[in-house]
Design a protein around this ligand. Structure first.
Ligand code: BGC
Length: 463
């Protein structure tokens, strides 16, 4: 086959790449919709089923449980079925899970539907970044990964807005069911995606891989070089579990990925994502205001993500993390103090809301995007899939614990102490960042890997 004959024009291939990446990033949107959609619905679900706070914790957290399972299965599925088919499966489960949530006839069915949604999102959160990294050309790869986090925050915002609009009628079924529509669009889009060229090469389907690369890149020389690069890389087989058992240095990087995700989750961010209306209720606001403030939380989350995107390659990872954890500690500490003293007048209410938003800015400008970036940077090539699988799994387990305990904490130790607890954890994370987190700005992945495997201290593997 004459390569030039099938090479499309550069403009056409650029369009293919953009289309591909937009669609894969829509997986981020699904992630966000899934996280955000429940917060506005809980109050109405609680009214209809006369559900206890504990039952609500189950309903909220079932999704995270499913996601943890989905993330574990995703490594295997995306190797066996391929990235594209894993994404299709994720999309189908997403649509089914949303419809079932909307139709749920008991708290138990709602829990089951949320597990299905979780499976979908666990699959997608593992597979989409992998797919993105495999199809995006080198020079836009970094931007594509940030786009993914941005899409997560946009998904959360859209879910908050749709919940707010539907809150006037109190129709939680529509709130939960309506996300089947973006799910179905995502499914249609994913059906049009090409298979990942890297996966095709992994499977020995070289002709097809070259065909896809031609569609994506257009230029025969680029295609040949990239195919050769991928084939070279594939000579290093993924042997994560063995490596984990044999190699202490790899255990250190896996441990660091796990720790980073625990830090991200125990900032307390998802407490606000899942229970914002409830928090605003504790500040003394009525239902409508609770919902609008929740939407404001979502908007702040989107906007502050741009701070991270702008700073990540200028300031570096560690300064951003220090700043973010410090801002979060102050924000939550003050919210706790206000709740402790009692929020009696309008001024105090607004001030407390503002401090909660300060906390959101702290997260979105730092741990939100950066933890995902760092987790993909620190793993050595032969254990990358395994390492990222472990950290993604931890993300969902941490998320589960946070979601499952918040209302019990409020009821047990009280509002103020709950917020102080999370504030204190953020202070601890400043110290952990200092001791254990490397600065990876401007360092090649190969250099990081050499340092790690050479036994350098974790915080120095980026030097
Ligand atoms: C986290 C999610 C969180 C979201 C908020 C992501 O990076 O992993 O747990 O809900 O950010 O924007």
């Amino acid at each position: 086959m004459n390569a030039n004959a099938i090479a499309p024009s550069t403009a056409q291939s650029k369009a293919t790449v953009i289309f591909t990446c937009v669609l894969a990033a829509l997986a981020g949107l699904m992630f966000g919709l899934d996280i955000g959609v429940i917060s506005g619905a809980t109050q109405f679900i609680q009214d209809e089923f006369k559900a206890s706070d504990h039952t609500i914790e189950w309903i909220v957290s079932a999704m995270m449980f499913g996601a943890a399972v989905g993330a574990v299965g995703a490594g295997w599925l995306s190797a066996a079925l391929g990235r594209k088919r894993s994404l299709i499966l994720g999309a189908v489960l997403f649509v089914l899970g949303s419809l079932l949530s909307g139709l749920a006839w008991s708290p138990e069915t709602l829990v089951a539907a949320r597990v299905v949604l979780g499976l979908a999102i666990g699959l997608a959160t593992f597979t989409a970044p992998l797919y993105l990294a495999e199809v995006a050309p080198e020079h836009i790869r970094g931007a594509m990964i940030s786009t993914y986090q941005l899409m997560i925050t946009i998904g959360i915002l859209v879910a908050f807005l749709s919940d707010t609009a539907l809150s006037y009628s109190g129709n939680w079924r529509w709130m939960l069911g309506i996300i089947a529509i973006p799910g179905a669009l995502f499914l249609l889009g994913v059906l049009l995606l090409p298979d990942s060229p890297r996966w095709l090469l992994m499977r020995g389907r070289r002709e097809e891989a070259l065909g896809v690369l031609h569609r994506l890149r257009g230029d025969a020389a680029v295609v040949a070089r990239e195919a050769a690069d991928i084939e070279e890389q594939l000579k290093t087989p993924q042997r994560g579990w063995h490596l984990f058992r044999e190699n202490r240095n790899f255990r250190r990087s896996v441990g660091l990925g796990v720790l980073l995700q625990l830090m991200q989750q125990f900032t307390g961010m998802n407490v606000v994502m899942y229970y914002a209306p409830r928090i605003f209720q504790a500040m003394g606001y009525d239902t409508t205001t609770q919902m609008w403030f929740t939407a404001l939380v979502g908007l702040t989350n989107v906007l502050a993500t741009f701070i991270a995107i702008a700073l990540i390659d200028r300031w570096g990872r560690k300064p951003i993390l220090y700043t973010g954890f410090a801002v979060m500690a102050v924000g939550l500490g003050v919210v706790g103090t206000m709740m402790h003293g009692g929020i009696h007048d309008h001024g105090a209410q607004i001030f407390t809301v503002a401090m909660l938003l300060v906390f959101i800015v702290g997260f979105a400008m730092s741990a939100g995007p950066l933890v995902w970036t760092l987790c993909s940077e620190i793993q050595p090539l032969k254990g990358r899939d395994f390492g990222i699988g472990c950290s993604t799994f931890t993300n969902w387990i941490g998320n589960l614990v946070v979601g499952f305990t918040f209302l019990s904490l409020l009821n047990g130790i009280g509002n103020a102490a709950t917020f102080w607890l999370y504030a204190a954890l953020n202070v601890v994370f400043i110290a952990l960042t200092f001791w254990l987190v490397p600065e990876t700005k401007g360092v090649t992945l190969e250099q990081i890997e050499r340092n790690l495997m050479g036994g350098k201290r974790l915080r120095e593997i980026g030097r």
